[in-house]
Design a protein around this ligand. Structure first.
Ligand SMILES: NC(=O)c1ccc[n+]([C@@H]2O[C@H](COP(=O)([O-])OP(=O)(O)OC[C@H]3O[C@@H](n4cnc5c(N)ncnc54)[C@H](O)[C@@H]3O)[C@@H](O)[C@H]2O)c1
Length: 256
């Protein structure tokens, strides 16, 4: 459950789309916007947990939270889903490109097929979802896009070269889209989370010892969860950030 309490009245009744909103950071962002009275839709590939989240949040949100099942590696499915979201909830004015998969992979055994699939999972859809949503934002007179990068690519981490490449590219893409879409009053910014402890991270990659080691390197000596990203995301999407575009915001508790 998100602990962010700030209210941004401009989100009330506005249509927000979050990719990969079914779990982890994305689920916290979906909840964060739903609590602002926004009409929130999210895309995810994982059906059971996404349905459960949409049902739980719809119970006490002003608007039902809508889950759309789609594989973001399929560009046709992205376009169809964006059309369905607009038909159901009106023009999308906030897009959070959050979905990714931080799969570990061995340098020596990465194949061409693996590489392409990794980029399709972590990078390609960021562009194509923005492309699909842009007409809606233009028609509404503007909008905000927030792309999720990662500090991972800044730390020379050896265990996921393809993922790190995609996350670095998200910053370049953010800046180029900001340049292209700025004249349409569409702002494009990027968040670089640090170690955000989620259920999936705990199940697959994190250990108590590893968490403690990272916290030693953070200025703030606390475990960060998905809600740590919600406030920065709401801020970047809000009118408070009306002059902020093409920027990257690191949210990692101050790793040194
Ligand atoms: N958790 C962290 O420590 C951390 C750190 C840095 C950056 N990030 C970034 O923040 C974002 C969210 O991270 P998270 O840890 O919550 O991730 P996660 O893996 O828990 O969640 C990602 C969501 O995207 C969905 N998804 C994955 N592939 C998909 C596809 N092909 N089609 C549709 N949905 C798909 C998953 O089902 C999942 O619900 C990601 O962009 C990640 O790279 C996370």
């Amino acid at each position: 459950m998100t602990s962010v309490v700030a209210q941004f009245p401009e989100f009330r009744d506005r249509c927000v789309l979050v990719t990969g909103g079914g779990s982890g950071i994305g689920a916290a962002i979906v909840e964060g916007f739903a609590r602002q009275g926004a009409k929130v839709s999210f895309i995810d590939i994982a059906e059971a947990e996404s349905r459960e989240l949409a049902m739980r949040l719809s119970r006490d949100s002003e608007h039902p939270v809508h889950f759309f099942k789609a594989d973001l590696r399929n560009i046709g499915a992205i376009r169809q889903t964006v059309d369905a979201v607009v038909a159901q909830s009106g023009p999308i004015t906030v897009l959070v490109n959050n979905a990714a998969w931080d799969d570990r992979h061995e340098f020596d055994t990465v194949t061409e097929e693996y590489w392409d699939n990794n980029q399709a999972t972590n990078l390609r859809h960021v562009f194509f979802t923005a492309q699909a949503v842009a007409p809606s934002m233009r028609a509404a007179g503007g909008g905000a896009i927030i792309n999720m990068s990662s500090i991972a690519f800044l730390l020379n981490m050896p265990e996921f070269p393809a993922y790190s490449t995609a996350k670095a590219a998200v910053i370049g893409l953010t800046k180029s889209l900001a340049g292209k879409l700025g004249p349409d009053n569409i702002r494009v910014n990027c968040i670089l989370p640090g170690m955000i402890v989620t259920e999936r991270q705990m199940k697959l990659w994190l250990t108590e010892e590893g968490i403690a080691q990272t916290i030693k390197r953070q200025c703030l000596k606390k475990v960060l969860h998905g809600d740590a990203i919600v406030g920065p995301c709401l801020f970047l999407a809000s009118d408070c950030a009306a002059a902020v575009t093409a920027q990257s915001l690191i949210v990692d508790g101050g790793i040194f």
